[in-house]
Write a protein of this length. Structure first.
Length: 234
């Protein structure tokens, strides 16, 4: 077969195109691998160093002497009123709490601590920082917090979250409650424990939407909320 100069030129021109195509495929495979490992990492249980401002509200049906103890898998940083092997208080239907140790009045029992808790981000919400207040109000009200409770939650967490471009948010279940076990006497008729884990993000990321469950208050009701910022490597 005869090879003419124009054939040789055409063949040499195609070589760079093939090389560029191979590079493009390689780049695509690299990005697919990165995304895959990110998603796998997110689906794993992620570790946080502590719990920030869990607060406990007590709503008995009548004035009641209540004992509250916390079996926490970690070290308490601060408590108010002071936790002395537990809290012994008198609680009232409107949520007022009188600490028996000193007679002072409180709206809730406060604690925070350090513990290597494992959190699940396999489902949740990707929330724009500027939408923090609206998002929290909607979700917390749906889960059963009263306006007083969810407003106190919002004014604590909003300043930290709204400055971020986005937040990856997931409300935790047993990963939190098994790590911080509440023992309350007399035993409550209904207990709601809302614990939010979140991570600051530079961009939105897809996770399956989390299914939240509404809470029904009945009889002696105990409500707790708290949260933690989780550090992820992306």
């Amino acid at each position: 077969m005869n090879h003419y100069p124009e054939d040789r030129d055409r063949s040499s021109d195609q070589e760079p195109e093939k090389t560029e195509t191979k590079r493009s495929y390689a780049d695509i495979l690299i990005w697919i691998a990165v995304i895959f490992f990110v998603l796998v990492f997110m689906a794993m249980n992620l570790i946080s160093s502590g719990s920030a401002k869990p607060v406990i509200y007590l709503y008995p049906e009548r004035p009641t002497d209540v004992s509250v103890t916390l079996d926490y898998n970690g070290k308490l940083r601060s408590t108010y009123p002071k936790y002395d092997n537990g809290w012994d208080v008198t609680a009232y239907p409107d949520g007022t709490i009188i600490n028996k140790a000193d007679g002072w009045e409180h709206s809730y029992l406060f604690w925070d601590g350090d513990s290597p808790m494992r959190f699940d981000f396999s489902s949740g919400f990707s929330v724009k920082g500027s939408d923090t207040a609206e998002f929290l109000r909607e979700k917390l009200a749906y889960m059963g917090l009263t306006p007083k409770e969810y407003n106190e939650f919002i004014v604590y967490w909003m300043p930290m979250m709204e400055k971020n471009a986005y937040n990856l948010v997931s409300f935790q279940g047993r990963s939190y409650t098994d790590n911080a076990v509440l023992r309350i006497t007399p035993k409550p008729d209904s207990v709601l424990r809302v614990f939010m884990a979140y991570k600051s993000m530079s961009w939105p990321i897809y996770v399956p939407p989390q299914e939240l469950v509404p809470f029904e208050r009945k009889g002696f009701t105990v409500v707790e909320w708290g949260g933690s910022e989780v550090n992820l490597p992306f």
